[in-house]
Write a protein that binds this ligand. Sequence first.
Ligand SMILES: C[S@@+](CC[C@H](N)C(=O)[O-])C[C@H]1O[C@@H](n2cnc3c(N)ncnc32)[C@H](O)[C@@H]1O
Length: 327
Amino acid sequence: MHRLAETSVPTDPTPETASFRRDLVRGLARKPRSIPAKHFYDARGAELFERICELPEYYPTRTELGILRRHAGEMSARLGPRCIVVEYGSGASLKTRILLDHLASPAAYVPVDISREQLASTAAALDAAYQELPVLPVCADYTADYEVPRPPGEAERTAIYFPGSTIGNFTPDEARHFLAHAAEVAGPNGALLIGIDLEKDAGILNAAYDDSAGVTAEFNKNLLVRANRELGADFRPERFRHVAFWDARHGRVEMHLESACDQRVRIDSHDFALAEGERIHTENSYKYSVSGFAELAERAGWRLGAAWTDADAWFAVLYLEVVSPSG
Ligand SMILES: C[S@@+](CC[C@H](N)C(=O)[O-])C[C@H]1O[C@@H](n2cnc3c(N)ncnc32)[C@H](O)[C@@H]1O
């Protein structure tokens, strides 16, 4: 499915909008209603996510940054020299800089993200900051078919970097499929450096996804604002409530948009009736244990090599290697 190619820039200027329209109409037509989390990240959504990362309640970003700052040397030693770093969901590429600063002669940096504007500006900034390093951005949905560009020089191995606990947006089954594809992309001798959010007290989790300043609520409702602007839908965001809670049974935090009244919404020729209290499921954020995640990754062709956590064991960064056919 994923293969090396000479070029990577898609020709269609708005594939994200087309996919948003399709997923929104399908997602509102089914019960329970849902919208895939990947559509949060238009330019405004990416900006709001950066603000979330700085909130006092949102511990994952600063905790992962702390782990990286403390252990980037060991992580880089594990990854070795001249690796191609393929980052999934690169966002602002803030963590990447710490990693790149420690890596020995990286062969290329390939940020893959669906958020077009942010990807372009981040890649340009990295290109200017790391003049020796080929920066080869790919604007794509990493769950779909896309091509990984070939770097100009020699490379020792491919390392997938997937920080931010974004893997938590997948169900465990989807995560396993995704990791199996990542093993294909990385190839024999490939590596994976991944950030996972760990199970913890429900109060901490609930606050992290429903902050007191209301930024996460705005991020959630931005899906509706985006649908109005890009698709000509007629959502009234003030008629929806942001709902986020820890679901112990599934081991995940769920985010929803809850209809505050009986209402109708139009998207093109589609008309949807939402009852008061009815919810649109917008995000899952699964929490793992290190051993539970290692087990899941093992079933997808990866072997755990090292794990680093913070003092509270709230977050972990794992280093894994592709298991060769001979074991
Ligand atoms: C939770 S943010 C993490 C950003 C950054 N990696 C960090 O650790 O702070 C998720 C990022 O993944 C991107 N993303 C989400 N789903 C995606 C998908 N299906 N394909 C490509 N990028 C995706 C978003 O645009 C966003 O930049």
